[in-house]
Design a protein around this ligand. Structure first.
Ligand code: SAH
Length: 304
């Protein structure tokens, strides 16, 4: 059966002849909240929407599943003249844009020759200066390991008007869809998002925090799992500290592997090249065992 978003896309994608009101009511006609949402859409359009000058919407596309987009993000994509999108953006999301819009891939992947950050910023500035409504579409949230801040600073430097539309970051999306609460009363009082790329030096501090009840989420950590395992164990975390590795989170290919800290390196070897992958650590990982019992959606997603 079509996912709800596919149904929306059939109704909305590339069918700009319809009035906005028609498409909206088609999309939400089965929903109890339809009238509220339609009223919401008709609310005072913001200044940026009416601007004849170019501008940039920095949009968080969330982790893969288009149904996790915000309504604000959908609106920005639908009115875009040009979309600059990254590797982790689900291509189905582009289908929301007008048939007249241009899509420009500016993705990067480790080890590949790819467009430079400065070139992306330059392109974004140029397009906005030409009067285009530019959507800069990034996986998850633009301001979480997404270089959104750097790009926004570049826009400010060139006096380009812009807005930032939040997205669900991978840590939030993947842990929820894997049934791992990032915080839980009596178990974890705080959560830290870190990049696996720059980990040296912090293991001792993290180990202490995690012992006293903290969750740690590594973005881009798979390649560094050997260093992560060694660093945390050397700094005092037990061998059996709970770990979850979530690949292709929030997608039909989502896979969740539960392991323990002293197995992280070995397990990661078997997952080499699987991207995107997120590592969640902490006692909260164990809650999944109980939470999975009556949940429905996760069984639809899970392949293992
Ligand atoms: N701005 C993004 C993060 C970009 S960094 C966000 O807010 O989510 C890219 C890293 O994010 C990946 O290497 C991976 O660790 C993580 N990631 C992004 N999407 C993911 C997904 N669907 N499943 C698992 N990990 C994901």
């Amino acid at each position: 059966m079509d996912a709800l978003y596919q149904h929306w896309f059939k109704k909305t994608g590339r069918t700009k002849e319809k009035t906005e009101e028609q498409t909206q009511s088609a999309r939400f006609s089965n929903h109890q909240q339809a009238s509220k949402l339609n009223a919401f859409f008709k609310d005072n359009p913001n200044q940026i929407e009416n601007s004849s000058k170019g501008y940039v919407s920095m949009v968080g596309a969330g982790p893969h599943d288009p149904e996790l987009l915000t309504i604000k993000a959908v609106k920005a994509i639908m009115r875009a003249d040009v979309l600059l999108y990254d590797r982790l953006v689900n291509k189905d999301i582009l289908e929301l844009a007008s048939s007249a819009s241009d899509w420009i891939y500016v993705g990067k992947r480790c080890g590949e020759t790819s467009i430079k950050q400065s070139e992306i910023s330059h392109l974004m500035v140029q397009l906005a200066q030409q009067g285009k409504r530019v959507v800069r579409l990034k996986g998850g949230d633009a301001f979480v390991f997404g270089r959104g801040g750097e790009e926004a600073l570049e826009l400010v430097r060139h006096s380009i008007p812009y807005e930032v539309i939040p997205g669900i970051t991978a840590a939030i999306g993947c842990s929820a869809s894997s049934l791992i609460p990032l915080t839980h009363r009596g178990i974890s009082r705080s959560v830290t998002f870190v990049t696996g790329q720059v980990v040296t030096g912090a293991f001792d501090a993290w180990s202490q925090l995690m012992k006293s009840g903290q969750t740690l989420v590594f973005y881009m950590g798979l390649e560094k799992s050997s260093e992560i395992q060694k660093g945390l164990i050397t700094s005092g975390l037990p061998d059996d500290f709970p770990v979850a590795i979530i690949s292709h989170g929030c997608s039909p290919q989502q896979q969740i592997r539960i392991t323990q800290l002293n197995q992280l390196k070995e397990l990661s070897k078997t997952l080499k090249g699987i991207s995107p992958t997120l590592i969640v650590m902490g006692e909260v990982v164990k809650l999944r065992e109980q939470l999975i019992n009556t949940v429905q959606s996760v069984t639809e997603y899970e392949v293992t």
